[in-house]
Design a protein. Structure first.
Length: 205
């Protein structure tokens, strides 16, 4: 999908669909990556001629949100550091999961600081569409063009930036390093693991 080779992208998606069919699954959960989700939810299916995939496809935010709000995952103690939330293009503008993401932040974290603007109006990280894979001189150009994103992040004063997309995570790491913002960058999965109740099993259980 990054390179515009939709045939190969479609074949890879078909392999996902075929594996799910063999396993008789009802749901496939995609990880915290907007492009991976889009490639099987709204690109691969078109290549094989389907309006929609033949089973439910959900992004990790949808999945985690369900686990947290149903009580299947319980929070032992909320995350203490101040956090802000980046809205990935494919997840927020493309899928409308920005409100669920905020509900999760408020369940998991004590101190949440919104960026301005936010949700579907949040600034892009600039790393989508394969741009993250381009080296010099393109990375330097990307950093120059990301100055406003860096200022947006800096204005929050947050210690931790949650970025629920692999590409955004990498792109934001570049911005944080280049502009010396000193922020940690985490996925939702990282935060959930830190704060959730865990059962310790003894040998023989």
């Amino acid at each position: 999908m990054y390179t515009g080779d939709y045939e190969i992208s479609g074949r890879i998606a078909q392999a996902h669909y075929d594996a799910a069919a063999r396993l008789h699954v009802k749901k496939v959960v995609m990880g915290e990556c907007g492009h991976a989700f889009r490639s099987v939810y709204d690109v691969g299916n078109r290549w094989v001629g389907w309006e929609m995939p033949p089973f439910e496809l959900v992004h990790a935010i949808d999945f985690f949100h369900g686990l947290l709000t149903s009580g299947r995952i319980k929070v032992k103690e909320k995350y203490k550091k101040t956090v802000t939330l980046h809205d990935p293009c494919n997840i927020s503008r493309g899928r409308g999961l920005h409100n669920k993401a905020r509900e999760m932040v408020n369940i998991l974290c004590e101190n949440f600081i919104e960026m301005t603007p936010n949700k579907e109006h949040n600034y892009c990280c600039g790393a989508g569409g394969g741009v993250i894979n381009c080296g010099p001189p393109w990375k330097g150009t990307r950093m120059t063009n990301n100055r406003e994103k860096a200022e947006q992040l800096k204005r929050t004063g947050a210690e931790v930036l949650i970025a629920p997309c692999h590409n955004c995570h990498s792109g934001l790491e570049d911005i944080v390093h280049h502009y010396e913002l000193g922020m940690e960058i985490k996925f939702f999965g990282d935060i959930i693991y830190e704060v959730m109740e865990k059962t310790v099993f003894q040998k023989g259980d």
